[in-house]
Design a protein around this ligand. Structure first.
Ligand code: AMP
Ligand code: GLY
Length: 411
């Protein structure tokens, strides 16, 4: 397992729970992961180093986007190692938003209209053509900081200029109004299998206020959405995208993260990612009964068509993120965490210092809980959180509390 977040902690635990799995090693991991499996240091962006570390293993699972875009899967395959994830060429669906738009357009996938801008002098005209709310996106990977959604034209312009100053392109997109859903679609290049849809809470503050973050919490299933949403996503988004990539000679294997806005006129794609979502995966995996390693191996081998239908636990799962003081602008690290060994706690930005668990990143840990109902899962997650101490730590108290109104969406 390559990566070091709570997503990877959840993936490690699910892989270990698969009776077919005898051993898991995680690189680089974190303080929590190192308590359940062996961890190894690695520069995740060094594809050759990832492949060298993976020698002798039956499967490598790549967690984050950066190593995918850097070619970790290509390097593993070249070394004869089975790897779950897209090649660098296929991971461009996340690595370039312009490429993703172009694929969506060719495949007839419903998404926000967008203009790609490479010259800062064109920004004002393109912003005015779209009008507020402005959606301005860095074309390339930006570690969750690439997108600004704002009514403030000056802020939109400044963000566009800042992105262009680094080189590359920005996209100015039509604003999509409606609740968001994340649907993870497992692909072997031909066949697509969806996981349960989940919802993420992206803004740092309660009531969806403040800046966007990597995600402050999530839950699954979406009791308010059309029960057909996962299959709709396969039929109208994931399968057409996978078919389009195959036709271009760039087969897409791994997980295609489909971020949707459920608008009044139907779902439309907000984003593609080439990996599992974080923190949604922590909630989704808590409900997956089917052994995970078998599913990922089937995808990596091109054998998804022969894989039995996925089985899910009844009930719901909620995950809440505990973030460091100052997150997301300037997270403070090095604070001691108490209670991080409670059941249901997944580590993200944690490290060991003199035998104590300390914060080492913005999103410090996640609590995951399941329950017969969403409300029960929520209460269990917050009960665990109340037992954890982190100086300056903060979390949203409204994860999975306010759900979208069923009538607001057509699906
Ligand atoms: P992205 O990195 O493309 O997922 O964008 C991050 C977040 O910005 C999304 O999850 C949405 O909340 C918001 N966002 C992105 N694109 C749009 C859009 N076209 N309309 C409205 N909100 C958007
Ligand atoms: N939770 C949003 C993401 O993983 O991109």
């Amino acid at each position: 397992m390559i990566g070091s977040g709570a997503r990877e902690h959840a993936l490690v635990l699910s892989l270990l729970a698969d009776p077919a799995v005898s051993e898991v090693v995680c690189a680089p991991g974190n303080a929590g992961i190192s308590q359940v499996v062996a961890t190894q240091p690695v520069d995740v962006n060094d594809a050759a180093a990832v492949a060298a570390l993976a020698t002798g293993f039956d499967l490598v699972v790549i967690g984050p986007e950066a190593p995918l875009v850097a070619g970790a899967v290509d390097a593993c395959r070249a070394a004869g190692i089975l790897a779950f994830g897209p090649t660098a060429a296929a991971a461009r669906l996340e690595g370039s938003k312009d490429f993703a738009k172009e694929v969506m357009r060719s495949a007839g996938i419903p998404t926000a209209d967008a203009r790609t801008v490479t010259d800062a002098a064109e920004l004002p005209n393109d912003l005015d053509a779209c009008g507020p709310p402005y959606v301005v996106k860095d074309d390339g990977l930006a570690a969750g900081k690439g997108v600004v959604v704002t009514d403030d034209r000056t802020q939109a312009l400044l963000h566009g200029e800042a992105c262009l100053a680094k080189g590359g392109a920005v996209l100015i997109e039509e604003y999509l109004d409606g609740p968001e859903a994340s649907v993870f679609c497992i692909s072997d290049g031909t066949t697509v299998v969806p996981l349960l849809p989940a919802q993420d809470f992206k803004r740092v503050g309660e009531g969806d206020t403040g800046p966007n973050t990597g995600g402050m919490g999530a839950y699954s299933p979406l009791t308010w959405a059309d029960p057909d949403l996962a299959q709709w996503t396969v039929d109208h988004v994931a399968q057409p995208a996978v078919d389009e990539m195959a036709a271009r000679g760039i087969p897409y294997t791994g997980v295609l993260y489909v971020g949707l806005a459920l608008t009044r006129t139907g779902p439309r794609v907000v984003e593609f990612n080439a990996r599992f979502g974080d923190p949604e995966t922590q909630a989704v995996l808590a409900l997956l009964e089917t052994p995970l390693a078998g599913l990922l191996v089937a995808a990596a081998r091109g054998e998804l068509a022969d894989h039995p239908p996925l089985e899910w636990r009844d009930g719901a799962a909620v995950t809440v993120v505990l973030a460091a003081a100052g997150y997301p602008q300037s997270p403070r690290t090095g604070d001691v965490i108490h209670g991080a060994d409670a059941p249901g706690v997944l580590h993200a930005g944690t490290a060991l210092r003199d035998g104590e668990v300390v914060s080492s990143g913005g999103r410090v840990l996640n609590v995951v809980a399941t329950g017969a109902t969403l409300e029960q899962a929520r209460e269990a997650a917050y009960a665990t959180l109340r037992g954890i101490r982190l100086d300056g730590g903060h979390y949203r108290r409204d994860i999975a509390a306010t759900l979208p109104d069923q009538q607001e969406t057509s699906r």
